[in-house]
Ligand binder design. Structure first.
Ligand SMILES: Nc1nc2c(ncn2[C@@H]2O[C@H](COP(=O)(O)OP(=O)(O)OP(=O)(O)O)[C@@H](O)[C@H]2O)c(=O)[nH]1
Ligand SMILES: [Mg+2]
Ligand SMILES: [Zn+2]
Length: 320
């Protein structure tokens, strides 16, 4: 006889459903933290299958299916979600839910791509999620290189996106990062190898093994994060570590919507001659004037045009 069966609730008894939050997912198995801090592995049924890390869920801790003891039956409403288009551009891929702040992590190596930073910032803005940029591996940057990078990143703070410089190696900037992650739910995103997992470990060395368990160790001794997972920091606050990306394609924003997610454009758009100015070829465009005068960064405007172009060429996928 299957021993698992004997643990099932007797027929007719109300299932002891309870609330919790998804802290990680590996294939079909979600790990859910209940409101007392217990961790229960669950599978999901029906609408529960759309759960992602950060989701509030209703679950039965004792459903005792073949794969896991628990069963997620419903997903709560999300106050925010970080979402991108899948590789084919046909579906939304929700990376995490109920996030307060996105930390876009970059480093000298692999090199910074402003285009990627700006796409993340647009996706966050569209969801009302705050965002910061973290420049990590400070210890590896040469002085002249550092000056150049700092100048490049200096465009962000005036737009409402703080920039933090850190080294997971020598500890610089970690106090500021700790303060910035306190009392909220954040996610670390960015290219593979920029140091997201290392930063998390540096913030709380006690996490070591749990973080390591969700990594794939390559032959060169590098550990690549394979799935998103949420960790509670001892000083308060939670951080979701996410697998590195090659690129980030926007979802749910159409070509004419992009301009509303560049704060420096929004601020100036009232000065454009046309109320629906796209800030591309229009006469008397306050954004183009600010660009000419050097008040809007070329890198940002360049990102704007590239994002527009990427969405325009996707007419087959109107949802994107
Ligand atoms: N010198 C130096 N090396 C760092 C620093 N942060 C991370 N590294 C190294 O960079 C490599 C990649 O770090 P990870 O933390 O695995 O990077 P990640 O962003 O989590 O990568 P994925 O999980 O693949 O997305 C490792 O060899 C780290 O030891 C840093 O501040 N300074
Ligand atoms: Mg990692
Ligand atoms: Zn304009």
């Amino acid at each position: 006889m299957n021993r698992r069966r004997t643990r099932r609730s007797p027929p007719g008894h109300a299932r002891p459903e309870t609330n919790g939050r998804v802290v990680t997912r590996l294939g079909p198995v979600f790990t859910v933290e209940d409101d007392e801090g217990g961790l229960i592995d669950c599978v999901a049924r029906g609408r529960g299958k759309r759960a992602v890390v950060g989701d509030r869920v209703r679950f039965d801790p004792d459903a005792d299916s073949e794969m896991a003891p628990g069963l997620i039956v419903a997903v709560g409403e999300r106050r925010s979600q970080l979402v991108r288009a899948d590789a084919l551009g046909r579906r939304a891929q929700v990376l995490a839910a109920n996030i307060d702040r996105v930390f876009v992590v970059c480093a000298v190596e692999p090199p910074i791509r402003e285009g990627l930073i700006d796409r993340y910032l647009v996706a966050a803005h569209a969801q009302g999620i705050e965002a910061s940029v973290v420049f990590n591996k400070l210890d590896l940057a040469y002085e002249d290189e550092l000056a150049e990078i700092m100048e490049m990143l200096a465009v962000y703070p005036p737009l409402g996106y703080p920039v933090l410089s850190t080294s997971a190696e020598d500890g610089r900037g970690l106090d500021a990062l700790r303060a910035a992650t306190r009392d909220q739910c954040s996610i670390f995103v960015g290219h593979s190898g920029v140091g997201k997992t290392s930063l998390l470990n540096a913030l709380d060395p006690g996490l070591g093994e749990r973080v390591q368990a969700l990594s794939y160790a390559s032959g060169r001794g590098q550990h690549t994060t394979t799935t998103s997972a949420m960790y509670a920091l001892p000083g308060g606050g939670e951080v979701i570590d996410s697998p590195g990306v090659r690129g980030f394609a926007l979802w749910g924003i159409d070509v004419e919507g992009v301009r509303h997610h560049f704060p420096e454009f929004v601020e100036r758009a009232a000065g454009c001659r046309f109320a629906d100015c796209r800030h591309v070829h229009e006469p008397q465009c306050a954004v183009l004037e600010a660009l000419d005068e050097g008040d809007i960064a070329e890198s940002r405007y360049d990102s704007y045009l590239k994002i527009r172009a990427s969405l325009q060429s996707d007419d087959d996928f109107p949802n994107r």
